[in-house]
Design a protein around this ligand. Sequence first.
Ligand SMILES: Cc1ncc(COP(=O)(O)O)c(C=O)c1O
Length: 411
Amino acid sequence: MSAPDLTHNRFESLPDGPFPRLNALIEGIQPGKAPIIMSLGEPQHPFPAFVSETIAAHAKEFGKYPPISGTPDFRAAVAAWLGRRYGLGPDVIGPRKPLDPELQILPVNGTREALFNIAFVATPLSKAGQKPAILMPNPFYQCYAAAALAAGAEPVYVAATRENDFIPDFGALPEELLARTAMIYFCSPANPQGAVASLDYLKDLIGLARRHGILLAIDECYAEIYDREPPAGALQAAIELSGSLDNVVVFHSLSKRSSLPGLRSGFISGDRDFLMRFRNFRNIAAPQVPLPIMAASAAAWRDESHVEENRARYRTKIDAAERILGNRFGFYRPAGGFFLWLDVGDGEAAARDLWAKGGVKVLPGKYLSREDSGSAIHGGGGNPGAAYIRVALVNEQAATEEALSRIADIL
Ligand SMILES: Cc1ncc(COP(=O)(O)O)c(C=O)c1O
């Protein structure tokens, strides 16, 4: 009897993650100076003291299984934040309103697991008699492609390049493709480019999704890190468009907002019917958020002062980048998020050089993108990230400025 084939062919087209690829790229190369890590988007600003205090005060609740739909206190804190952040009044948020917190706010164990798990519930066996497609920007957060493949959908990468201001034009895709599209992942502010979609763009996208029976998974985990204007949100766009949240699910996280990537805490909200189905699925298959974590998270969603401080720190680092890099490498101030997306000609070569000569670890943009299909709609062929490096401004000010000066000197 032959041994069973344990390779998961479904994932054949999935490359290794960006960070193992980066480690392989610089393997054996000694850093030229004391290392400064700017490859990983891991916020390093201090988080508020009340987080640890609240966890300690609720520690006994680690002895209980948490409910998948969270606590009333958590949902109330999130509902209040959504109301403040997106100008949604009591006519929108409340029992039997378009956004009923009881039914339409779900805690998640960090948004990554929810971005992954959503694909299982959103992907039918076939759509328009064909294999379902899941669309995503290119470059993109790598979890989207893994989710699409795991759910048996075809991931379709839609170019987000300088030519379209880093915002993909899903509406320009062929009708045949849109007809079999089950879900679209979209990220605003975008990782890696920091582009922010306008309210009108979001409304158009929601209209498109509704016409074609598509679910929108709108990744807004950088919504609180912005340069000037607070980015518009998809819930707000949906309500303005039609007074309902149909076809829209948004993802929010404390990882960036509150510099708590290790807390693993976020939430999703949106389309009522879909969220009820997703909740039922999650009740069987998804990780719950521990009760003490939920209590600390509720406190974090209720507090704005630490978020303002956090945002100001990023802004000061972007000011420094503007001063140090000027208009080299296609520098622009990202409207949202905390990444610089620099056009250095050859991102892999630059990443290697920066490590070897300056000890600065950055991520080649190629590892966040795929070769596209080569049609004009997809961006005309090639890998849209290949010329870029992504620089995460997550270190403290002095280390960030030192690294930016090294980048300017070396490249
Ligand atoms: C675009 C994007 N979405 C989602 C996530 C996941 O964040 P978390 O699981 O910490 O909420 C990240 C994390 O880096 C991200 O960059």
